[in-house]
Ligand binder design. Structure first.
Ligand SMILES: [Zn+2]
Ligand SMILES: [Zn+2]
Length: 420
C-alpha cells in the first residue's frame, strides 16, 4: 500500500492558547476555520509542506472532540493517510485482521472516501485512510462553463504540476512571490493545467495539459497529480476525445502539449484525439523539433512528432482565424512563436494568454517567468495584452492558476486588477 501523510489531527481544549502557540510562537499560517456541523467541531488547517496540521475545536459539549479532551486531555487525535485506492487498502487490511471502525468506505469532507482504523490495531493512534483529491492538490473550478456570444467555453483541468519557483518568477525576489504562492521543500510552486474547450461551429480544445506518458521519475520530479485529469474533466463536461475536431496549441512545452499524444497498448504513440486536426504555429514547430541546449528540457518530441507521422498536423504561418470566432496572435517572449488565443462572438471577447500570463499573480508587467526565452519581448507583449484585454472587457483565462480559472482585467487608479 502506498500512502502519504495528508494531515495530523490535534484535539484542542483552548483554541486561543493553541493558536497562540501554532500561529504566534511557531509562526505558521492558519487557514480560515471550517465548521463540521455533524461532528460539532471547528477545524483549523495549518499547511506544513504538502501535509497539514488540523486543530480540532469542539463547538458543543457533546462533541466527540469535547469528550476526547475530557477523557484524555488535549493532544494527538488522529493521523490521516492518503491512499490511491481505498477499496484495495481496505481489503489489504481485512486480510491481515486489522480492527476497523468502518467496515466499508464512507463519505468524508469534499467528497473524499474515508475509513477509520481502530487505535487498538494501530498502537494507540486513531488512523484515518482517505482517498481524495486532497486540498493542496485540488484545482478549483476544474470544470467551469462560460458563454461568450454564441460560443460555449469550458475550462477543464489536467491536474497539477509543480515547477521551480525561480523558473516561474524570474527576477522577482522570493519573499515577494512566496506571499501568495507558497513553495514546497524543493522550492516548487503548484500550478494547474487548464486546457480550454471552445464549442462553436466545431469543437476545439486549446492545449491539452501534460498527459499520461510520463514515467514515475518524471511524475516525481514535477510533482504531477492527475486526480483531475483531462480524461476525467472532459467526461464531466459531457465530452470524449472523439468529440474534438480541432486541437490548437499555444506552444509545445510539455505541460501544454503532453496530452496531444498517447501510447496505445502496443506501446506505439498516436494522436490522443482521433478525429482532430492539430493546428500548430510553424515557427514553434521548427523550434520544438530542433531544440537547443536551453529549450531541450521543455520540448519532448514524443508529444508532437507522431502528429506529423499520422498526417493530422496543420502548420500555420501567421496570425489568423482558426475557426469562426477564434484567432491566434503571436506574443513571442515565452518562446519565439508563443501565441495567445483571442475569442470573439457577438461583440463579446475572451482571451487565452497561456504562458504570457500563466497565473493571476503574474499580473504586474514585470512579473515575468525565469524560463522565458525572450523576457523583454514578454514585457512588451504583456503590456499590450493588458491594454487590449481591458479595452475589450475580455474574459481572461489563467491557464496555470490553481484557484482562478478566469477573470476580467481592469485598471483602477492606474494599477491593474483582476476581477474573478
Ligand atoms: Zn510554456
Ligand atoms: Zn506552461
Amino acid at each position: 500500500m502506498k500512502a502519504t501523510l495528508d494531515h495530523v489531527g490535534i484535539a484542542v481544549g483552548d483554541i486561543r492558547a493553541a493558536l497562540s502557540f501554532y500561529r504566534d510562537a511557531l509562526g505558521l499560517e492558519i487557514e480560515a476555520a471550517e465548521e463540521v456541523a455533524s461532528q460539532r467541531v471547528r477545524a483549523h488547517f495549518i499547511p506544513v509542506g504538502s501535509s497539514s496540521l488540523e486543530l480540532l475545536e469542539a463547538t458543543a459539549p457533546d462533541s466527540p472532540i469535547a469528550r476526547f479532551v475530557e477523557k484524555r486531555g488535549p493532544g494527538l487525535h488522529h493521523i490521516t493517510l492518503l491512499v490511491d485506492d481505498i477499496g484495495a487498502a481496505l481489503e489489504h487490511l481485512k486480510a491481515r485482521a486489522v480492527r476497523l471502525i468502518d467496515d466499508a468506505p464512507r463519505k468524508g469532507a469534499e467528497g473524499a472516501l474515508v475509513v477509520f482504523i481502530h487505535p487498538s490495531s494501530a498502537h494507540g493512534v486513531l488512523v484515518e485512510l482517505k482517498q481524495a483529491v486532497s486540498k493542496s492538490r485540488q484545482v478549483a473550478g476544474a470544470v467551469t462553463r462560460y458563454t461568450v456570444g454564441d460560443l460555449e467555453l469550458i475550462s477543464l483541468s489536467d491536474g497539477i504540476i509543480r515547477l521551480d519557483g525561480g523558473l516561474m518568477f524570474g527576477l522577482v525576489p522570493k519573499p515577494l512571490w512566496e506571499r501568495n504562492t507558497p513553495a514546497d521543500e524543493r522550492n516548487r510552486v503548484t500550478l494547474a493545467m487548464r486546457p480550454l474547450v471552445v464549442r462553436g461551429t466545431r469543437t476545439m480544445i486549446i492545449d491539452a495539459g501534460v498527459g499520461n506518458k510520463g514515467d514515475a521519475k518524471f511524475n516525481r520530479i514535477y510533482g504531477i497529480d492527475r486526480s483531475q485529469s483531462l480524461d476525467r474533466t472532459l467526461a464531466e463536461a459531457g465530452l470524449g476525445p472523439e468529440d474534438i475536431d480541432v486541437v490548437l496549441a499555444t506552444h509545445l512545452h510539455f505541460d501544454h502539449a503532453g496530452g496531444f499524444t498517447v501510447r496505445d497498448e502496443a506501446g506505439r504513440l498516436r494522436p490522443r484525439f482521433p478525429r482532430a486536426r492539430y493546428v500548430i504555429r510553424r515557427g514553434e514547430w521548427e523550434d520544438a523539433t530542433h531544440p537547443n541546449e536551453r529549450s531541450r528540457g521543455s520540448y519532448h518530441v514524443e508529444n508532437y512528432a507522431p502528429l506529423a507521422e499520422a498526417g493530422v498536423l496543420e502548420l500555420v504561418d501567421d496570425d489568423q482565424t482558426i475557426m469562426p470566432g477564434v484567432r491566434v496572435k503571436r506574443t513571442g517572449g515565452h518562446t519565439m512563436h508563443h501565441q495567445a488565443i483571442w475569442i470573439e462572438s457577438r461583440g463579446q471577447h475572451a482571451v487565452y494568454p497561456a504562458d504570457l500570463m500563466p497565473m493571476t499573480v503574474h499580473l504586474p508587467a514585470n512579473w515575468i517567468m525565469g524560463i522565458d526565452a525572450y523576457p523583454m519581448d514578454t514585457l512588451v507583449a504583456k503590456k499590450a495584452f493588458l491594454e487590449e484585454a481591458a479595452a475589450k472587457e475580455a474574459l481572461v483565462f489563467f491557464q496555470h492558476d490553481p484557484k482562478t480559472p478566469a477573470g476580467h482585467i481592469t485598471r483602477q487608479n492606474g494599477t491593474w486588477q483582476i476581477r474573478a
